[in-house]
Ligand binder design. Structure first.
Ligand SMILES: *Cc1c(COP(=O)(O)O)cnc(C)c1O
Length: 373
């Protein structure tokens, strides 16, 4: 028997012919980038799909966060979470802002709203929470705190494409939400990202963001902002238009995989699975599992290694937490966020993608059971 080789994720793709058909117009127009027809169409379709007023497309999810912060003209401290992909923290620091790390809730892995207010100082300008694994933050509690203290609220929504809370698109909460359309995400445009925001911000924040992502240019002779180049191209937009047609089906297939994992791994002492959230329409983005070494007698790293020996590539995601990475050595203390620190040593995200075979899920779960026996 040849050994399996299952990666943690596998990109969803449209049929080859569908993509070729979609890019035909680009040959006719010779308009390859700079807010072309596909770009405009995708923005419109995404606003509708995500149930948000406004969507602006950028080269990637990181630039969505970094340039949103820039367009808000923030200064000072930003309360954020260390339990995230490094992008979130880098976006803050690259704007000359200081991240202040808030610990997470151990059930949802998202910023614990009960711990935010103690971190607010006269320098605090914004809160930047992250929706994690498809779980949403406590958006109501966080919004109340932001309002009370007059702070901007920017969500890293890279993991929550298509997620809804009480029938509202998750991107409609807070001031702005930043999505990633990287190849590994539930919905992708190869590389890409978007900022979503309310109609009322269109002439202020929205305008500024559209200049900043294009070198700060308003028109040929007016350059009111200082900006890099983070424009989204027509080929990526075409991929997005194709993928958006199929994303509901892809999410439904992911659901089957997640349900199979749950059937296999529920009720095992020492193993904690991610919990569905009330009033949330999920997207089944990731399948994180918490392994408690004290109960299992074997740690997360050994389980990852054991799976790897059998061709199964799970991911320590998120590890290390962002307040402990080498570029910030000595600046922050990961022990200030003990729950995030503990989770980062216990979590493993298992392979999950739409086309995953359910037999492979069973195989992975059998291996896990063998590893902890
Ligand atoms: C993927 C991701 C990003 C960055 O998005 P890119 O499109 O890869 O730049 C930021 N934050 C989180 C939580 C992510 O998962």
């Amino acid at each position: 028997m040849t050994q399996k080789n299952i990666l943690v994720t596998r990109s969803s793709m449209p049929a080859f012919e569908e993509y070729v058909e979609e890019i035909r117009d680009i040959w006719d127009s010779r308009w390859l980038t700079n807010m072309g027809a596909k770009h405009k169409q995708l923005q419109k379709e995404l606003s509708s799909y995500l149930k948000v007023d406004e969507t602006d497309l950028l080269t990637n999810g990181h630039m969505a966060i970094e340039l949103s912060l820039a367009a808000m003209g923030l200064q000072g401290e930003v309360i954020t979470t260390p339990f995230t992909f490094i992008s979130t923290t880098q976006a803050i620091v690259r704007n000359g802002l200081t991240p202040v790390f808030c610990d997470i809730d151990p059930v949802t892995y998202t910023m614990d709203p009960k711990k935010i207010e103690a971190l607010i100082t006269e320098k605090t300008c914004a809160i930047l929470p992250v929706h994690v694994y498809g779980n949403i933050c406590d958006v109501e509690a966080i919004e109340e705190i932001a309002r009370k203290h007059n702070l901007k609220l920017i969500y890293d929504a890279a993991h929550v494409f298509g997620v809804e809370y009480k029938g509202r698109g998750i991107g409609s909460f807070g001031d702005v939400s930043c999505f990633s359309f990287h190849a590994t995400k539930v919905f992708h445009t190869i590389e890409g990202g978007a900022v979503t925001y309310a109609e009322a911000m269109k002439d202020t924040f929205g305008k500024k963001l559209s200049y900043i992502k294009d070198f700060g240019i308003e028109d040929e002779e007016s350059i009111p902002e200082i900006g890099p180049n983070a424009k989204f191209n027509e080929f990526c937009a075409a991929m997005g238009l194709c993928n958006l047609r199929h994303v509901d089906g892809e999410i439904a297939k992911r659901q089957k995989v997640v349900e199979r994992y749950r059937e296999n791994l529920s009720g095992i002492p020492g193993i904690t699975l991610n919990q569905p959230q009330k009033d949330v329409k999920p997207n089944y983005a990731y399948f994180p599992v918490i392994f408690d070494e004290e109960i299992l007698g074997v740690n997360r790293d050994r389980i990852k290694e054991f799976l790897g020996e059998h061709g199964i590539h799970a991911r320590k995601y998120f590890y290390p937490i962002t307040n402990s990475v080498s570029c910030y050595q000595g600046k922050y203390d990961p022990h200030d966020t003990p729950i995030a620190l503990k989770m980062s040593h216990q979590v493993l995200t298992l392979p999950l993608f739409a086309d995953m075979e359910l037999e492979d899920v069973d195989y992975i779960c059998d291996l896990i059971k063998e590893a902890i026996r």
